[in-house]
Design a protein around this ligand. Structure first.
Ligand code: DMJ
Length: 638
């Protein structure tokens, strides 16, 4: 979404920026500086005192008239665009010019003179920048090497299987047997420019995938959509489909990816069309295009049914067939009508009744990407956004308020901000449990606040309202907590689940093992939760936060995490492996390389160290499996 989006529901509230950089210069200081640094000084000094005072008054009034414009005028004049509120009405900044003079001015960033800019860009700064630049280029290369190592293990021992078991050197079909690692990894290879992998993965897809799709049995609707369909669609765009980016010149023609995606999606559609409600069944039998509810009760996960829309919408856009989008969007339209607790929803939903089931509210497993897709599906529409999707933005805003109000607490003794759970609903007790999965939220909050542009730019144009600033603050606090979940363990890798020490909850002797961490008493890790599956959520958020805040600490944290992956999860013979226990050294290893390690974790690390023009966040939206799709109406020529 570009900053020029006409439908953004930004408010025009003058927000309080707690930042000296944005403090308004005093009127007297400006007059004083103008007077003593210009020709006015010479002219005035040769006049009588009366003439001088008159001149001073005239210049003072002229200054006020010229500089005290309303925020809307200054922003829209510069962008040449109107700013609309959530009801999509052009925000009017009525009132007389005098009224504007008396109103408190917006805190806009200072404008530097060319001299000042030159000073800031002195040669020592330039060489620092160059050194820093080469450091990150080298680190980016290390991530690329890790990707090649992961892929080499997979091709050596498991090509054509869904996943690699790197220790036993076997392949395993945990996702229905569609070669999931190949499709999940393909666009990462395109983004990194690893042509050999693009070519190998591309030709496997061209030769085998359609055949597999027509013959295989049961697959999970959600996993197949986010990993396989998502991977095919972004490969289509990145290889030049619909005049896309053409990041690669190897592999099959883009239409191969599109045709395969359509065939797969046509079968997946049965999950929607067989259900008696707008809520799809969880499983599909590919070979005969039938679908059925999940075993053991038939409930679907809330996150699963609400994390299909980016993919189905994009497929409709590029295929010209609206059926995919129509079916998928019915889910969100239906969920809009269901009762919620301050925007928060239970983690199960019934495809039979269309109602939520149970009371368990959390942003971890089965809940997470419901919240992610509310904002991302809204962002996906870009400037072409029609008002019919504003409800998604409103649902997201309400839910994030609910998160801040009901789920956020601070640990003791050192005040880490975390997002807990309400396992027994809004009236039940709070649980200070946070899945690593929740770490996606930090990036989503930052993206939702600035809509993909940098914080600096958003503040310069006065685009952040109170909610945005609150969400951005929570995003930064949560990123720190997620990073500390890694730093607190002996291996430097996060557990699957952490508990936080609060006044109502404490358990001795269950720390992460790194006694030198400041937070060793704040974070509790139970024995059953000590595994690490090479998950991406923290580095995903570090990537988004770095792009938005431009604070290098996020890159440094990402590098620290990458080094821990290298040290403890790399398998010499090829691939990387999950761990059983991150709190002990050496950690016991688990023999599984998840597809998302190549699809997400390494991609986000690579992008974290890359130039920000590579897959910019105001032009692309990443699906929940890190497959980027272009935002409608933006030109992706970076
Ligand atoms: C991925 O498949 C997706 O990111 C999903 O949304 C959550 N779980 C895994 C990664 O941890």
């Amino acid at each position: 979404m570009s900053s020029s989006n006409k439908s953004l529901p930004y408010t025009t509230k003058d927000v309080h920026y707690d930042n000296a950089k944005f403090r308004h210069r005093s009127f007297f200081k400006v007059i004083y500086q103008t007077f003593f640094t210009s020709n006015v000084k010479r002219t005035s000094l040769s006049c009588s005192t009366g003439k001088f005072l008159a001149l001073l008054l005239i210049f003072g009034i002229a200054y006020l008239m010229l500089t005290h414009t309303s925020p809307a005028n200054s922003v829209t004049d510069r962008l040449g665009k109107g700013v609309k509120n959530s009801k999509d009405k052009l925000v009017s900044y009525g009132g007389s010019r005098l009224g504007k003079l008396l109103r408190k001015p917006p805190r806009l960033p200072p404008r530097l003179s060319p001299d000042q800019k030159g000073f800031n860009n002195s040669s020592s700064h330039e060489s620092d920048k160059l050194n820093a630049g080469s450091k990150w280029i080298a680190r980016q290369q290390s991530v690329k090497d890790a990707f090649i190592h992961a892929w080499s293990g997979y091709t050596k021992y498991a090509i054509g299987y869904d996943e690699l078991m790197p220790l036993s050197q076997h392949g395993v079909d945990g996702l229905g047997g569609l070669g999931a690692t190949i499709v999940d990894a393909l666009d990462t290879a395109m983004i990194m420019g690893v042509d050999e992998v693009v070519s190998e993965a591309g030709s496997w897809i061209e030769k085998h995938l359609l055949d597999r799709i027509t013959k295989k049995g049961q697959v999970n609707l959600f996993e197949t959509t986010i990993r396989l369909l998502g991977g095919l669609l972004s490969a289509y765009h990145l290889s030049g489909g619909e005049q896309g980016m053409k990041l690669t010149h190897t592999g099959p023609k883009p239409t191969v990816y599109l045709e395969t995606a359509k065939n797969l999606a046509d079968r997946l559609l049965s999950a929607f069309t067989s259900s008696p409600t707008p809520i799809p069944f969880s499983d599909v039998i590919l070979h005969d295009s039938t679908a059925h509810p999940a075993s053991g009760g038939g409930l679907s996960s809330t996150s699963e049914v609400s994390t299909l829309q980016l993919e189905f919408n994009y497929l409709s856009a590029i295929s010209g067939d609206p059926k995919y989008s129509v079916e998928a969007m019915k889910v969100l339209e239906h969920i809009k009508t269901l009762p919620k607790v301050e925007g928060l929803v239970p983690i199960f939903i019934s495809p039979h009744t269309g109602e939520f089931s149970g009371e368990n509210i959390r942003l971890g497993s089965r809940g997470d990407s419901y919240y992610e897709y509310l904002i991302k599906v809204w962002l996906q529409q870009g400037t072409a956004q029609d008002n019919s999707l504003t409800y998604l933005y409103d649902m997201y805003t309400e839910a994030m308020k609910g998160v801040r109000h009901r789920l956020v607490q601070k640990s003791i003794p050192n005040g880490l901000v975390f997002v807990g759970e309400l396992p027994y609903g809004s009236e039940g007790a709070f649980s200070p449990k946070m899945d690593h999965l929740v770490c996606f939220l930090s990036g989503t909050l930052a993206l939702g606040a600035t809509k993909g542009i940098t914080k600096e730019k958003a503040m310069k144009y006065n685009l952040l309202n109170f909610e945005d600033l609150e969400n951005l603050k929570l995003a930064e606090d949560l990123a720190k907590t997620c990073f500390e979940m890694y730093a607190v363990t002996s291996t430097g890798l996060a557990p699957e689940i952490a508990y936080f020490h609060t006044k109502d909850f404490s358990e001795g002797g269950l720390d992460g093992g790194n006694k030198s961490s400041e937070y060793v008493k704040d974070i509790i890790i139970k024995p059953a939760d000590r595994h690490n599956l090479l998950r991406p959520e923290t580095v995903e958020s570090l990537f988004v936060l770095y792009r938005i805040t431009e604070d290098p600490k996020y890159r440094e944290w990402g590098w620290q995490i990458f080094e821990a992956f290298e040290k403890y999860t790399k398998v010499d013979t090829g691939g990387y492996t999950s761990l059983d226990d991150v709190t002990t050294i050496p950690p016991h290893r688990r023999d599984k390389m998840e597809t998302f390690f190549l699809g997400e974790t390494l991609k986000y690390l690579y992008l974290l160290f890359a130039d920000s023009s590579l897959i910019p966040l105001d032009k692309f939206v990443f699906n929940t499996e890190a497959h980027p799709f272009p935002i409608k109406g933006t030109k992706n020529d970076s």
